[in-house]
Design a protein around this ligand. Structure first.
Ligand code: ZN
Length: 340
């Protein structure tokens, strides 16, 4: 039976029963007056056929002001029915409370704060995703943005914010993608790629001018290499910034140092890329504007600057029509692969 009736409805039915029960009890216990027998106002003694104007019970002198007419009585049946109803209401309440998923009723701001902790991330992600699908885009976007003063790095956080969308989310993405924080920028670009709509395209186009988003693709464990600078965070939380040719920091272990050197070799072989370009490449496919693959093993020349110029020229010519959803030619963005 609870398949059609949600736990919340059970709870509501129970609460309604409680309320009616309480009202009935109150009505039943309330002493109404009936008839027109005179009574002492102070002690309610029946003053019918009194020889003198003095209450024989409490001794007060009776004036017209001190007389109440009618005999007070209660309606115990009402109270009894109310009491039974109150007891019965416990059944649907018990039924509802036990089954309600209280997390779905948490304010979005609480759930958004759970997104900042690894242990609760997935649970919170699922719940906020559900709320977005239920149409609560704005409140989720606002909750995510106000949940933290620092920029999250996890791209899934940005995917959710992109799915929520709205003017606040757009401003936030613009800020992150124009900032000098490559880690957050990379997460934001990936988030837009995964969850953003057409509105995300101009933000990514503007981000093409941000040099911090270039070449941040080489990543092994906790190393990222951007513009041939390695950012390394060791397991014990120490952070290093290392450039090619630097000598090994004294407190850095040999294994991590080797990882950085391998990373430098990788990134030297691979041409520069740009995160906004890469995100735009997959977004364009989603809008039916197919791109091209370039195999570096066959054709090793790839110039990200030329590619960005080409993309900007396409945008200047077709951007407006694209934003209106009109058919436009594909910018044929290039994605790189290495297949020998
Ligand atoms: Zn009296």
């Amino acid at each position: 039976m609870s398949q059609q009736i949600t736990p919340e409805t059970w709870l509501l039915i129970g609460a309604g029963g409680c309320l009616v029960g309480l009202v009935l009890i109150a009505v039943g216990l309330w002493r109404r007056r009936k008839g027109d027998d005179p009574h002492c106002r102070k002690c309610d003694y029946n003053l019918t056929g009194l020889p003198e104007p003095r209450c024989p019970e409490c001794g007060v002198e009776i004036t017209e002001k001190l007389i109440r007419y009618g005999t007070r009585y209660r309606r115990p049946t009402y109270a009894l029915v109310g009491l039974i109803l109150l007891a019965l209401a416990a059944i649907p309440i018990y039924h509802g409370v036990g089954r309600i998923n209280w997390y779905t009723h948490y304010p979005s701001s609480w759930v958004a704060r759970d997104m900042l902790q690894a242990a609760t991330f997935n649970k919170a992600y699922g719940e906020l995703d559900r709320r977005i699908k239920a149409g609560r885009h704005r409140s989720v976007a606002r909750a995510l943005i106000h949940s933290t003063d620092t920029r999250p790095l996890d791209s899934r956080w940005y995917t959710l914010l992109a799915q929520a969308g709205g003017p606040e989310a757009e401003t936030y993405f613009e800020d992150v993608l124009q900032s000098s924080d490559p880690e957050a920028g990379r997460g934001a670009a990936l988030g837009l790629e995964q969850g953003g709509g057409r509105w995300a395209v101009p933000i990514l186009i503007r981000a093409l001018d941000n040099p911090m988003l270039r070449d941040v693709d080489e990543e092994c464990n906790s190393i990222s290499i951007a513009d041939h600078v390695a950012y390394l965070t060791t397991a014990d939380g120490k952070a290093y910034t290392i450039r090619p040719g630097d000598t090994k920091p004294a407190d850095l272990d040999e294994g991590s140092w080797q990882l950085v050197q391998d990373g430098f070799r990788e990134s030297a072989r691979w041409p520069d890329e740009h995160h906004a370009h890469r995100a735009l490449h997959s977004m364009m496919w989603r809008f039916g504007l197919k791109g091209r693959m370039q195999n570096l093993a066959v054709d090793g020349r790839f110039n990200i600057d030329a590619e960005i110029e080409r993309l900007k020229a396409w945008w200047a010519k077709h951007g407006e029509a694209f934003m209106q959803g009109k058919p436009v030619p594909s910018p044929e963005l290039i994605t790189l692969m290495y297949l020998s």
